[in-house]
Ligand binder design. Structure first.
Ligand SMILES: Nc1nc2c(c(=O)[nH]1)N[C@H]1C(S)=C(S)[C@@H](COP(=O)(O)O)O[C@H]1N2
Ligand SMILES: [Mo]
Length: 380
């Protein structure tokens, strides 16, 4: 009888690769599993009523942590910059705090937002629409630090390594993501040590994380301790295997990068405990919510009250929060007794907008299908 190498042999026992299977699509009638629930309970979304705050309070901001939250001591934490540079350097948190200090609002959204609404459902963190937040990040710009290290003109990628470690689809790894050098050198990219005016919380990357305004969440490496410039494209797991838009498992796909436009409705009225369906009294009602895009500023938001059959323009609030922060929109509605499905869709200055039907891909990434909020307006 033949045995699988490393599986049944008493000498080697199971391998690390044995702890997780390949990525999977749920059967069409398969409900959310205990494994997906386990992820959802660790990685919570923004409660949609918190769309009322310009700046999301830290505890209401969504979370996505692939492995365990590492415990790092800010007093001894260092960041090393090496690889294809003339002068490798290592800096402490105190060194970084003495450098130029920048504060900016940045909307973060997980690339898997919307995944659990896809048919068939890619089995992973089962986000509905709530994997978003808009925080005020403070830190020092990355580009001057890289320039001080002396960038090799041949450098193509910059690899950021976090202090968290795990195994994913059989591959043991530190969380690592690369950015193309041109994107890493953009002036808005920060090494952030504060969120909303306080030191980073453990779950948000304490004591140091990358902020890449406009990009989906996976690029904003938390617990970062090492930056390495490379003259060859980085082929690490999170760039080459995960976070690619693929038609099927064999398609090499294209990398997930910037955030597609999205608008969310702050659900009006009050919810049913179980279904979260809304109950709204009849009469005039200001609908509102937030809209964002990582490609270009949002220029229009439209609202539907009939599940996407018809759309009407919403008003965009003036903003001084910058191009990378979400923007508030509002729409005056008179609710009359009946059942409604509310939604909103954003269009940005690049002409990108949101589909009403799903744009399916194998990993469930960058899916910005318009939201559906069921509302019942009872007769008085
Ligand atoms: N080191 C490390 N950085 C990470 C992650 C991680 O698991 N480990 N998750 C990424 C993903 S997928 C997202 S969406 C964002 C979430 O950031 P937040 O938890 O602060 O909202 O962090 C990114 N940075
Ligand atoms: Mo994410």
């Amino acid at each position: 009888m033949t045995t699988h190498a490393g599986r049944t042999s008493p000498l080697t026992g199971p391998t690390v690769a044995d702890v997780s299977g390949p990525s999977r699509l749920a059967e069409l009638d398969e409900t959310i599993s205990a494994e997906e629930l386990q992820l959802a309970a660790r990685n919570h979304g923004i409660p949609l009523e918190a769309l009322r705050y310009d700046v999301t309070p830290a505890g209401l901001h969504y979370l996505l942590i692939h492995y365990d939250i590492p415990a790092l001591d800010p007093a001894t934490h260092t960041l090393s910059i090496g690889g294809a540079v003339d002068r490798p350097l290592t800096v402490t948190l105190a060194d970084l705090r003495e450098r130029q200090r920048v504060t900016q609002q940045v909307t973060l959204e997980c690339a898997g937002n919307g995944r659990a609404l896809l048919h068939p459902r890619p089995v992973s963190q089962p986000w509905l629409v709530e994997a978003v937040g808009n925080a005020e990040w403070t830190g020092t710009p990355l580009a001057p630090l890289l320039r001080e290290a002396g960038i090799d003109p041949e450098a193509v990628d910059v690899v950021f390594t976090g202090a968290d470690h795990g195994v994913e689809r059989g591959v043991e790894q530190d969380y690592q993501r690369a950015l193309p050098i041109a994107d890493a050198l953009r002036e808005e990219v920060l090494l952030a040590y504060e969120m909303n005016g306080a030191p980073l919380l453990p779950q948000h990357g304490a004591p140091l994380r990358l902020i890449v305004p406009g990009w989906y969440g996976m690029a904003h490496v938390k617990w970062v301790h090492s930056i390495e410039l490379r003259t060859e494209p980085f082929e690490g797991y999170q760039n080459a295997v995960a976070y690619r838009v693929r038609r099927d498992a064999d398609d090499p796909g294209v990398p997930v990068t910037r955030i597609e436009p999205r608008a969310l409705v702050r659900p009006p009225g009050f919810p049913d405990f179980m279904s979260r369906r809304r109950v709204l009294r009849p009469g005039p009602c200001t609908l509102d919510g937030r809209a964002w895009s990582g490609h270009a500023p949002v220029v229009a938001v439209e609202v539907t009250t009939d599940g996407g059959e018809s759309w009407a323009p919403a008003e965009l609030d003036p903003t001084d929060a910058g191009d990378f922060a979400w923007r508030r929109w509002r729409y005056e509605w008179v609710a009359t007794p009946g059942r409604y499905v509310l939604g909103a869709r954003a269009t940005d200055a690049s002409g990108r907008t949101q589909p009403v039907e799903q744009q399916w891909n194998r990993g469930g990434f960058a899916n910005n299908m318009a939201q559906r909020v069921e509302v019942v307006v009872p007769a008085e």
